[in-house]
Design a protein around this ligand. Sequence first.
Ligand code: EPU
Length: 372
Amino acid sequence: MSNYSDPDWAPQTKVDLQAYNTLSLPVQADYFSDLCQLSDLYAAHQFCHDQQLNWLLLGGGSNIVLTDDFNGLVMHMALAGKAWLTPDQLHHRPAQNRDDLVYLCIGAGENWDQLVAWSLAQGAYGLQNLSLIPGLVGAAPIQNIGAYGVELAHILHEVMVFDFVTGEEFCLTAEQCELGYRDSIFKRHPHWIVMSVTLVLSRHPHIHIGYGDIAAYLEQVLDGPATQATPQQVRDAVIHIRSTKLPDPSRIPNVGSFFKNPLVTANKAQQLREKWPDLVAYPQPNKQVKLAAGWLIDQLGWRGYMKAGVGVHGKQALVLVLESTTANKMTGLTLLKLAQEIQADVEQHFAISLAVEPRLFGKVGEIQMEHI
Ligand code: EPU
């Protein structure tokens, strides 16, 4: 339980959040504070508790849609720091005792991609496939970030949590985080704030190049077998591939994939394949099949669509975008209306419900697409 609160601490008032969300939506927060040190978090907790205020925690703002001014305190995660831990410094003893493994504890406010670059330079490997994912370290366990065949679940050891309702701190093992595809226990406990994340990396330069275009791209660059690539070369390949498909949020406002890839039964996938022979589908270990939502949306002609400043990226139909020149006059609701049109179209043609990937916030807190 936090029992320390700085009497001089005070939030800013009436702060524009445009610079704090990658959609550049011009939403105002009644109160705002950076959380640079633990005492800021404790003081913010006390403040919200005393004033009975709504609160919202922002990381990199790269996976949220703000639909209205926020009536309460918006906190911006900025807890920094990186520390190598020995196995006996961990909260939870490692299950395996391998000499090549190293443990790195990182503050939730550190930038994810800078961490990836730094870890490779330190000779600690495992994060290379997760290069260029926007956002902060603290957001990584919340949606179990994943790309190019690797997800956080493969390299997470434990997570330090602050409960914003009770003020208690505790440490969850990776298993206790219940990580699934773009899912974790944090989605079911939105008042749990990630303070730091401890990853388990390897001194051995193992690489994973089985996903999509990575191996083909590496072979071309290396003029030899892709299996000989270094983790840094895998990072360079991922950066290259991502940059060609995904819009840079600093130039084109977006939040990455707007929908999750749907999981369907093998029967359902087979039925669809009869009508759509080119269906992009990935069989999962649990006999389900994951469909490429981008492919479904693309088939219906949405890729490259743009109307009244809101549209679908021309190179990846899973990404909704705002026109940079008008984003500062937009509301998130306009974007959500387009998302609903796309959902209805996919439902009508494929009988599949697409789930929204980013989190949505209204005047007093998180909202669900169904209630818009
Ligand atoms: N496709 C199309 N048309 C499109 C988009 C995709 O035909 O407009 C096809 C592609 O040709 C490809 C397949 O769909 O065969 C899959 O596309 P891609 O490799 O781009 O991956 P994705 O399934 O669309 C997921 C993640 C991305 C991640 C990539 C790579 C989700 C919701 N998205 O996208 O994550 O970078 O795989 O691993 O799982 C994010 O979460 O914000 C994100 C960008």
